[in-house]
Design a binder for this molecule. Structure first.
Ligand SMILES: [Zn+2]
Length: 493
């Protein structure tokens, strides 16, 4: 019997607003689609948190024995600066400003995205399709929606007719909006738009002459609307209906609402069984976002080179910090939070790494099987990683009790304890055992501090040749010294 047949997961479904029993469309298989990044800038920590939530979901479903096809796209065209289908394409704008090809922008930031996710120990998705690789599929969907009478062409652009659609299917069911409110709240466009109604959204946009990213279509040389790519790629790789669709909370409207409308218009049914939305990471009380400048980059956390933190943190500590909050809760990014997570994470690893020193006795005074099920129960309850982590600390408590002799454990329970601790910490939460690396970074710190002191002595003796030599040779081996008011500090790359 597969594990998923023994464990009953409940998933909070954004569309019903309730935790529901998780039942897949095909027994033993999960189709999961997550909206990926728009690759026009470095991925910031808020983005990472969203993707990490679904990495954890992917890992847990795989652990339970499901065959998971996980599709996470790369948006490399069509995402305009403004949700109301106006403004420049984000990638084309970056390319224009830097005077490079749009595909150079895409390549640079796709590589950055993968590098960062690798540092955080993400599992790669099963398929990572791109919008530009699926222009033909998107054009076919537009043709179908036009044939169904739910889209119209004006001056080479094609728009989805929200009011017409709403006559038979409710538009706004995911974000709990109704069309009347939308009409009321939508700013009337100043005569610039070809849309019949401001709440209609673009399926195809005719490209202005200066727009470099363009493809031929029956309507004009242009580019697809942003919402369409996800419908095209999820349908192609997961079918007209699939199990899980995930993304950040901010994508509920309009992006996911438009995906539902497109799929309903095309295929006649809601494409997704469970809509999952990950909550925001905030800093200084505000959402972390590129557009407002209120963000921190992962590499700044790893180097300590950012005004919001006092030191460098490893990717696993940052990962642990984020998983200590439930994916549907807002998480406040603070240096104190990271410091506490670092302590906690080291305590967890110390516990796990000392299990091999434990001696088994004749019988157990602790119910390891019941505790193990509590770990599953936490994950079964809408992937509640903070409760799971609390249970793992309960496991550390047992380890210490056995070590001190206040509890005993049988050989088979000891094996179960070790297996449960390592499976949940490393396989499911995706953390890495960095104790050894940690020790070596302590040693490195000691050695560099010694060199910093020698350099200071050299400078005091006006031996600048020696002080420069120390600085330059450290830099050559990837260690940068920084002279500040408080003395000299260093960062590594
Ligand atoms: Zn999407």
């Amino acid at each position: 019997m597969a594990l998923y047949q023994e464990q009953n997961i409940k998933v909070y479904n954004s569309i019903s607003g309730e935790k529901e029993n998780f039942k897949t469309l095909v027994d033993g298989y999960v189709g999961m689609y997550v909206c990926g990044p728009t690759v026009y800038s470095n991925v910031h920590l808020g983005n990472v948190r969203t993707f990490m939530s679904f990495d954890m979901v992917f890992r847990y479903l795989k652990h339970l024995g499901y065959k998971v096809r996980f599709v996470r796209n790369i948006t490399d065209a069509g995402h305009l600066e403004n949700d109301a289908d106006v403004g420049e394409d984000r990638i084309a704008k970056k390319a224009r400003l830097e005077q490079i090809e749009p595909m150079e922008v895409v390549q640079r930031y796709t590589v950055d995205f993968h590098n960062i996710l690798n540092k955080f120990n993400f599992l790669p998705p099963s398929i990572e399709p791109t919008a530009t690789g699926h222009i033909i599929e998107q054009i076919e969907i537009i043709k179908t929606i036009i044939d169904k009478g739910l889209a119209y062409e004006v001056n080479g652009s094609v728009y989805f007719d929200v009011l017409k659609y709403n006559e038979t299917k409710p538009y706004g069911i995911l974000s709990k909006r109704n069309v009347e409110d939308l009409i009321h709240n939508t700013r009337v466009l100043d005569g610039q738009s070809d849309k019949k109604n401001p709440q209609d959204f673009a399926l195809w946009k005719k490209a202005e002459p200066q727009h470099i990213m363009r493809w031929p279509s029956p309507w004009s040389d242009g580019f697809p609307g942003w919402h369409l790519e996800c419908t095209a790629m999820s349908t192609k790789y997961l079918g007209e209906q699939f199990d899980i669709h995930g993304g950040g909370m901010d994508l509920k409207f309009p992006h996911h609402e438009c995906e539902i409308a497109q799929a309903e218009a095309c295929n006649g049914h809601n494409p997704v069984s469970y809509w999952m939305h990950a909550n925001m990471l905030i800093m200084n009380g505000k959402k972390m976002a590129k557009s407002t400048g209120n963000y921190i980059l992962p590499n700044e956390i790893f180097s300590g080179d950012n005004q919001h933190i006092t030191k460098a943190y490893s990717p696993s500590v940052a990962r642990f910090f984020m998983l200590q909050a439930h994916y549907r809760s807002i998480l406040d990014f603070t240096n104190n939070g990271l410091l506490a997570s670092e302590k906690g994470f080291n305590r967890l690893l110390d516990g796990i790494n000392s299990i091999t020193d434990l001696k088994a006795g004749n019988k157990s005074t602790i119910d390891i099987a019941a505790w193990r099920q509590k770990c599953y129960d936490a994950m079964n309850d809408d992937f509640n990683s903070p409760i799971l982590i609390a249970n793992l600390f309960e496991g550390v408590k047992y380890i210490n009790q056995i070590k001190e002799g206040s509890a005993t454990i049988s050989a088979s329970d000891l094996e179960l304890l070790q297996n449960t601790m390592t499976v949940f910490t490393f396989d499911i939460l995706g953390l890495t055992n960095i104790t050894k690396a940690d020790n070596s970074s302590d040693k490195l710190e000691g050695a560099v501090d010694l060199l910093i002191n020698l350099r200071q002595e050299a400078r005091a003796n006006k031996d600048f040749a020696l002080s420069d030599k120390i600085r330059d040779e450290l830099a050559a081996s990837g260690i940068q010294l920084k002279d500040g008011k408080e003395g000299t500090t260093f960062t590594t790359n």
